[in-house]
Design a protein around this ligand. Structure first.
Ligand SMILES: *Cc1c(COP(=O)(O)O)cnc(C)c1O
Length: 425
C-alpha cells in the first residue's frame, strides 16, 4: 500500500498538532531542541491495529524500547495494551507505569541467567531465545512457564541492522534445532506457554509474513500447553511520500482467518499476540530544532541546527529518511538545504531537502520522530538530552525535563587524587 507520510496540520499558514497546539509556542515555552508526541496519533495507530484483527483473544504488547517515557507507557496501559520489554530495566519501568506483571513479556537477547532471574522475581512472562539459557532456566525454574523465541529463517526487509529473522541472525532458536528444544523441555519438565517470532522491521508483503507465520504455527503444534502465539512485529509505516506501508488491514484479515483455523485444529482458543513499536509511535513524534547557521559552500547550502546525532541518530545510523519542514515559515520560495547537526563528526539529517527559505533562528521539524529517536539519544559531546512534551486532548504536558550540567555530573565520582590534601603527593 502506498501511503502519505505523517504531517502536522497546516491551517492559515501555521502548523499545529492535534487540538490546535502550536509547535512554535512549545519551543517558546520549553526551549529547543524539543521532542513532541501527539497522543491522538498514537491512539489512532493502536485502534487501527486492534481493529485489523478479528480473533476472540488479541493482545498487543507495545515494544517500549521505541519510546520509553513512562507517560507513553501509561497511555498504552489505559488503552488495554501489554508491554514488550528487552531488559530488566524496561520491566521495572513497565511496573512503575502500573502494568500487571503478566501483561509484560520480557524478550531479552544474550543476557545472563541472573538478569532473567530478576525478571522471574517480577513475575513477568519470560521469552527465551537460546538453548543454553533454556537448559539453565529449566533446571533453575522448572515451574516457571516460558515462551520460546524461534528463528524462522526468513528475510524480512533489506536492512541487516534491523532484520533479525534471517539465517545469520543472533536472534531466536533456529527451527532446525527444535529436536534439541524438545529434549531440553522433556529433561527439565519445563512448561512452554508460548511460541514467538520477530522477523525484523519491515513487513512489505503480507504473503511473506504469512509464510513465516506458517513456520511458527508448525512449531506451535508441537507444544500442547500453549496459552499464546506471538508473531512479533515488523509493521512498517511511511517515512516519506510514496513509501510502502504494511497493509495492516489485509494482513489482519489473513492472519486472523489462519489463526482461527489453527485454534480449531489445536482444540483450544489461544491468544494472538503482537509486539509493535514503530507502528504505534513513529508518526506521533516530532523533533523540533533551531537553525543556528546557514552556510553556503561551493557545493551546497548547509543549515546547521542546535542538535545532532546525539539526539537523533537514525539518519546517520540506519541511513533513515526523515522528512524535514520549516515550521517558522510556510510561505515564500522554496530552496534546497543539507541539514546538519552541531556534533564534531559528520551528522547529516538530510541532503537536498526542499523547504521554505530558511533564516537563522527558524524552527525546523523532523517527522516520524516517535520511534527509536529519544530512546537512542546520548550525551555525546557532553550535550544535554532534550525535553519531551506530550500533546494530549488539546493540552501540552512536559513529560521530561531538559537535562542540566548536574545530570552530566550525577554519576561521576571524583578520585581522591584531586583533593587539595593530595596535591604534591
Ligand atoms: C524491537 C522489537 C520489537 C518492535 O519492533 P518495531 O519494528 O519497532 O515494531 C518487537 N519485538 C522485539 C523482540 C523487539 O526486539
Amino acid at each position: 500500500m502506498r501511503a502519505k507520510c505523517s504531517k502536522m496540520i497546516l491551517e492559515n499558514d501555521q502548523y499545529t498538532f492535534t487540538g490546535g497546539v502550536s509547535p512554535l509556542d512549545l519551543v517558546e515555552q520549553y526551549g529547543c531542541p524539543l521532542y513532541v508526541y501527539d497522543s491522538a496519533i498514537i491512539e489512532r495507530q493502536y485502534k487501527r491495529l486492534t481493529s485489523a484483527f478479528d480473533v476472540p483473544d488479541l493482545k498487543l504488547n507495545y515494544a517500549c524500547k521505541a519510546l520509553s517515557n513512562v507517560n507513553i507507557l501509561r497511555l498504552f496501559k489505559r488503552w488495554g495494551a501489554g508491554l514488550d520489554t528487552v531488559s530488566v530495566q524496561e520491566v521495572a519501568l513497565g511496573l512503575q507505569a502500573g502494568f500487571d506483571p503478566q501483561d509484560i513479556i520480557y524478550t531479552p537477547n544474550c543476557v545472563s541467567l541472573d538478569e532473567i532471574e530478576l525478571a522471574v522475581q517480577h513475575g513477568v512472562k519470560i521469552n527465551i531465545d537460546n538453548i543454553s539459557i533454556l537448559e539453565q532456566f529449566g533446571q533453575a525454574f522448572p515451574d516457571v512457564p516460558v515462551c520460546i523465541r524461534i528463528n524462522p529463517h526468513i528475510m524480512a526487509g533489506g536492512n541487516v541492522k534491523t532484520s533479525v529473522g534471517h539465517i545469520d541472525s543472533k536472534f531466536g532458536i533456529s527451527i532446525h534445532q527444535m529436536p534439541l528444544v524438545h529434549r531440553v523441555v522433556e529433561a527439565t519438565g519445563l512448561k512452554v506457554e508460548g511460541v514467538h517470532m520477530h522477523t525484523g522491521s519491515d513487513i512489505l508483503d503480507p504473503e511473506v509474513f504469512l509464510s513465516g507465520a506458517e513456520i511458527l504455527l508448525n512449531v506451535a503444534r508441537e507444544f500442547p500447553d500453549l496459552g499464546y502465539i506471538d508473531f512479533g512485529s515488523g509493521f512498517k509505516v511511511p517515512y516519506k511520500l510514496g513509501d510502502v506501508e504494511t497493509d495492516i488491514e489485509e494482513l489482519g484479515r489473513s492472519i486472523s482467518a489462519r489463526f482461527r483455523e489453527f485454534c480449531r485444529e489445536y482444540g483450544r482458543e489461544l491468544t494472538l499476540m503482537f509486539e509493535p513499536g514503530k507502528f504505534l509511535v513513529s508518526e506521533a513524534g516530532y523533533f523540533l530544532a533551531q537553525v543556528n547557521v546557514i552556510k553556503q559552500t561551493t557545493s551546497t547550502v548547509f543549515a546547521g541546527v542546535d542538535s545532532g546525532l546525539n539526539h537523533f541518530i537514525r539518519p546517520m545510523f540506519y541511513n533513515a529518511y526523515h522528512k524535514i519542514t520549516n515550521v517558522s515559515r510556510t510561505k515564500g520560495r522554496k530552496r534546497f538545504y543539507t541539514v546538519v547537526g552541531y556534533i564534531c563528526e559528520t551528522d547529516t539529517f538530510g541532503v537536498n531537502r526542499q523547504m521554505t527559505e530558511l533564516q537563522e533562528g527558524d524552527i525546523i521539524c523532523m517527522h516520524n520522530a516517535g520511534a527509536y529517536c529519544f530512546s537512542m539519544a546520548s550525551n555525546y559531546n557532553s550535550r544535554y538530552r532534550p525535553a519531551e512534551v506530550l500533546v494530549h486532548e488539546g493540552q501540552a504536558y512536559l513529560i521530561r525535563e531538559r537535562e542540566t550540567l548536574e545530570d552530566l555530573m550525577r554519576s561521576q565520582v571524583e578520585a581522591p587524587i584531586f583533593q587539595p590534601s593530595a596535591v604534591g603527593q
